[in-house]
Design a protein around this ligand. Structure first.
Ligand code: SF4
Ligand code: SF4
Length: 359
C-alpha cells in the first residue's frame, strides 16, 4: 500500500458564513480530540516521512482548542515532519492565532473574494480585511488568498486581484465556481478578465521579479491526471466517517442509501480501523478508477479521445456537483479549462493541493 502523505481533518460542519457557492451542508457535528488522535495514531505506521495535515471546516477556527491540541499531539507523539495547512474565511483570526500558526509554520489559505466579497457576505468585509492586515504584519510569508468568482462576479476578477496586489499580498489564487452553468457571454467575460489579469501579473513580475498568482505557476503533471483521493490521502469528516478526500463527503455524505456512498466511504472510524485489511483496499480500488481518460463529457464523449486529454485535469467531484454523476463533466468545464490554458499559456492546473478547488 502507498504511504499516506496527506490527511485532512474537517473539524466541524459549523460555519459563521453562508457563502452562496459553498456546497457544504451546515450542521452541528464536531470532531472530538479523541476522534482525531485515534485516527492519527492508527495511521501512524502508514504515514510517509513528510505529511500534510490540513485543518478544514465549516470554519475551522470555531474549533480553536482542537487545532492547538492536534498540533501538540502531532509534534509530541510522531516522528514525522508535519506540514500544517488551514483554510479559513478569516473572520475569527486573532493575533494570538497568527503567532501560533507562524510558530508551527502553517501554510494558511484565506478565502476572500476581493471586490466580489460584497456578493458573498457584505457584513464580513471589515472583519476579513482587518485579518488580512494582521497577516500582512505578523506572518506575510505564511498565507495565500484564495478568491472564487461566479458568472455573476466574474467582471470583478482582474480588479479584485489587482487591488489585493496593491495592498501587498504576495500569494494569490483565483478559482471559478464550476458547479454552476457558465453561458457563452460569461465565458467571454472570463477570457477578457484573465487576459487583463495576466498582463497585470506580467508587469508585476517585471517590477518585482515575483509571480504572485499561483494559477500562472501551476502545471498539470505530465501524463494523464488521476484523482489522488484514497491513494495517498485520507480525510476524517465531522460525522466521524473516513473518505479518500473530503470533497466526496460534500457530494455523497448525506446520501447513505446511494451505491456511491458504499463505493467511496471507508466507514465510520471504528469500522475503518477494523476493516483496514479487508475493506480498505476494495474502496481504494474504486478511487483508482477516477482518471481523466475514463471521464465523460455530458455529451458522452470520452475524455480519453479528447485532443486536450494530457493538458486537462478536472476534479471528478466538482464535476459531479454540477452534473449529478461522478466523473461526468459539464460542457462549460471544458470551455473554462480551454480559456485558462489559452490565456495563461500553460496547462490548466491539476487539482492536487490541499484546500477546496473549483474547476
Ligand atoms: S481531484 Fe478532487 S476529489 Fe480528487 S483528490 Fe483532488 S480535490 Fe479531491
Ligand atoms: S477538455 Fe473536456 S473532454 Fe477534453 S479532456 Fe478536458 S474535460 Fe475531457
Amino acid at each position: 500500500m502507498q504511504k499516506i502523505s496527506s490527511l485532512t481533518l474537517v473539524l466541524s460542519d459549523q460555519c459563521n458564513f453562508s457563502c452562496p457557492y459553498c456546497p457544504q451542508r451546515r450542521g452541528e457535528k464536531t470532531l472530538t480530540a479523541g476522534d482525531v488522535t485515534t485516527f492519527m495514531d492508527f495511521l501512524q505506521p502508514r504515514l510517509s516521512e513528510e505529511v500534510w495535515l490540513g485543518f478544514y471546516g465549516g470554519e475551522p477556527l470555531l474549533s480553536w482548542p482542537l487545532i492547538q491540541g492536534t498540533v501538540d499531539h502531532a509534534c509530541r507523539s510522531f516522528r514525522k515532519r508535519f506540514r500544517f495547512t488551514l483554510t479559513t474565511n478569516g473572520s475569527l483570526l486573532k493575533k494570538e492565532y497568527i503567532l501560533f500558526f507562524k510558530k508551527h509554520r502553517f501554510d494558511l489559505a484565506l478565502s476572500y473574494d476581493g471586490l466580489a466579497q460584497k456578493y458573498r457576505d457584505a457584513g464580513s468585509i471589515t472583519m476579513v480585511e482587518a485579518a488580512l492586515k494582521k497577516l500582512l504584519r505578523y506572518y506575510p510569508e505564511g498565507y495565500a488568498i484564495h478568491s472564487v468568482f461566479t458568472p455573476k462576479t466574474v467582471p470583478l476578477l482582474a480588479a479584485s486581484m489587482a487591488e489585493l496586489l496593491c495592498q501587498g499580498h504576495a500569494r494569490l489564487q483565483y478559482a471559478v465556481d464550476a458547479c454552476v452553468p457558465w453561458k457563452k457571454a460569461d465565458l467571454a467575460i472570463l477570457a477578457k478578465q484573465l487576459e487583463r489579469l495576466t498582463t497585470i501579473c506580467v508587469r508585476h513580475r517585471e517590477k518585482t521579479g515575483k509571480t504572485p498568482l499561483k494559477n500562472l505557476n501551476d502545471t498539470a503533471g505530465k501524463g494523464i491526471f488521476a484523482c489522488s483521493a484514497g491513494r495517498d490521502r485520507l480525510a476524517l469528516l465531522p460525522d466521524r466517517t473516513v473518505w479518500g478526500c473530503y470533497l466526496f463527503y460534500d457530494l455523497l455524505g448525506h446520501s447513505r442509501q446511494s451505491p456511491d456512498y458504499t463505493k467511496y466511504c471507508y466507514g465510520e472510524l471504528e469500522g475503518f480501523m477494523a476493516g483496514f485489511k479487508g475493506g480498505f483496499p476494495a474502496v481504494t480500488a474504486n478511487y483508482a478508477d477516477l482518471r481523466q481518460d475514463y471521464f465523460f463529457s455530458e455529451k458522452k464523449k470520452l475524455c480519453g479521445l479528447c485532443a486536450d486529454l494530457e493538458r486537462c485535469a478536472v476534479c471528478p467531484v466538482v464535476a459531479a456537483l454540477a452534473t449529478g454523476t461522478l466523473a461526468v463533466i459539464p460542457a462549460w468545464t471544458c470551455q473554462l479549462k480551454k480559456i485558462a490554458r489559452r490565456v495563461h499559456g500553460k496547462p490548466a492546473a491539476a487539482v492536487s493541493s490541499p484546500g477546496r478547488q473549483w474547476a
